[in-house]
Design a protein around this ligand. Structure first.
Ligand code: SAM
Ligand code: SF4
Length: 478
């Protein structure tokens, strides 16, 4: 969500005549788009702001802004800890950034643009103060021009006890399907092949028209699938309780929808899930996994875990380990619990698991997950997978331009696939035969591929790759 917000804010400033520079010290305007989910992310921003104190003293004309979740949550603290900041702008007010920048330049008075706190007004007023920010897109601002995030929902109403998102991003609101389809059509016309639909609990997406007609995520996927040029549709992140059969059937039946479901569980222990207020039990989650596998046999599932949540005993933690062993997730994102001011968990439960224990549990769970990843990846050796080529791999970026280069992309099940090939494959959908596997990556060889309508046999090594004109590969590679 933050990557998308940054793309849109930079795009709107470019339309005002600004351009990106490589170093903050060369900029007229420096914006920090912030995350509040864990404390560490916030501390990094304060350190970065601190490093700019001297620069701002010598160049008082520059504009420094803090935007996003931290701005919404901590405007007073930002003001105190970084008095040289000129703009504090929350997630629901990003459309105002160009105007705020101009106002600071004109008046030299700090500008604050924040949405209402949930307790400050009625739901309708709070919703209105969190605007979905969806201005025209700018392909040059995306990591690759052929992949784009599309927001379909803002905010969250689940109120998990550890989480700041319901206050920093406001009430859950689904965007109209007409707007989503129109934006996706424009993206497709600009050459975008893959869209990833974004929402905090994307599978609870529901838009009710004035006449009472409802559009659910399954309906939306069907409509988006008809757009020519869009080859792949993903959606993140799902809430376990809202994984309905109509959605699973849409994933199974629509060829363009990736067979990949990210459904965070957070813990394998019912007591912990109850304290987190996740509103499901491990049994319900296991049933949901079984339903996913039964209805969409080709699907792979990934998850999120928080380790060291308040009161998580060794026994509770072992239940998370058991779930990871058994569920064979494609991957798991594992986080150490970080208490957040203003959340229910911070008010109700002591943060009683020592940092060392959180670290150890994080490593232990990761080790189990990595073992599963390796087994899953090895089972794919010999398979042929369809890959959308994203760009050079980390190794490919370091390889000399005169020789073969290593490229990377993702399969329809979101597996990272690495192979040698011509840079002109970037942005193309190709077939790769998997020959090797590590815990993180599948390695393969490019097979015959359709490139711009021509069937080409791509040799394993392209001797003169550098002499071919590469497609422009936007900003940093994923
Ligand atoms: N809406 C998504 C869901 O409920 O699955 C997740 C959104 S949250 C921004 C991404 C992940 O951050 C969560 O799944 C959770 O694992 C983690 N997270 C959220 N709050 C956290 C906290 N206070 N400490 C550690 N991890 C946290
Ligand atoms: Fe946070 Fe829970 Fe909402 Fe996800 S569902 S954003 S974890 S409150």
């Amino acid at each position: 969500m933050n990557v998308l917000d940054s793309e849109l804010v930079v795009g709107s400033l470019r339309r005002q005549g600004y351009q990106l520079v490589a170093e903050p010290v060369d900029a007229d305007v420096i914006l920090f788009n912030t995350c509040s989910v864990r404390e560490h992310a916030e501390e990094k921003i304060y350190s970065a702001l601190g490093r700019l104190t001297g620069h701002k003293k010598h160049h008082p004309e520059i504009v420094i802004g803090v935007i996003g979740c931290m701005a919404q949550k901590d405007q007073e603290i930002v003001r105190k800890r970084a008095p040289h900041v000129d703009i504090v702008c929350g997630t629901g007010q990003l459309a105002r950034i160009p105007e705020l920048v101009e106002e600071v330049k004109r008046s030299r008075v700090p500008q604050y643009a924040l949405s209402l706190d949930r307790m400050e007004a009625n739901r309708h007023e709070v919703e209105a103060s969190f605007e979905s920010y969806d201005p025209p897109r700018d392909a040059a601002m995306r990591p690759t021009p052929f992949q784009a995030f599309v927001r379909i929902q803002i905010g969250c109403d689940k109120f998990c006890t550890y989480c700041v998102v319901p206050s920093t991003r406001g009430p859950e609101q689904s965007r109209s399907p007409e707007h989503i389809v129109a934006e996706s059509r424009i993206l497709a016309a600009e050459g975008c092949k893959e869209i990833t639909l974004l929402g905090q609990t994307v599978n609870s997406y529901e838009f009710v028209q004035g006449d009472g007609r409802r559009t659910r995520l399954s309906d939306l996927l069907e409509r988006l699938s008809t757009i020519n040029g869009i080859e792949r549709i993903k959606f993140i992140t799902n809430f376990p309780k809202d994984m309905t059969d109509d959605l699973l059937d849409a994933v199974r039946d629509l060829d363009k929808v990736c067979k990949y479901l990210h459904v965070p569980v957070q813990s394998g222990c019912n007591d912990v899930l109850k304290r987190m207020k996740r509103m499901y039990t491990v049994e319900l989650y296991r049933d949901m996994l079984a339903r996913c596998q039964e209805r969409v046999p080709a699907a792979v599932i990934s998850s999120d875990f928080i380790v060291g949540f308040c009161g998580e005993s060794e026994e509770s933690f072992q239940k998370s380990c058991d779930l990871v062993r058994e569920a064979k997730f494609k991957n798991s994102f594992i986080f150490k619990y970080s208490p957040r001011k203003g959340t229910k968990a911070d008010d109700l439960y002591p943060d009683d698991i020592p940092e060392e224990v959180k670290k150890r549990r994080n490593n232990d769970l990761l080790a189990i997950q990595n073992t599963n990843c390796l087994a899953d990846h090895r089972s794919r050796i010999g398979q042929r997978v369809t890959v959308l080529v994203e760009g050079y791999s980390k190794l490919g970026l370091r390889q000399p331009a005169s020789g073969p280069r290593q490229l990377t992309g993702r399969s329809m099940t979101d597996h990272i696939v690495v192979f040698d090939g011509s840079p002109r494959l970037v942005g193309q959908t190709i077939q790769v035969l998997i020959r090797e596997a590590s815990s993180f990556t599948l390695y393969g060889d490019v097979e015959t591929s359709e490139v711009d309508g021509l069937a080409l046999a791509i040799p394993e090594h392209v001797p003169n790759a550098a002499e071919e004109s590469p497609r422009r590969i936007g900003l940093p590679l994923l």
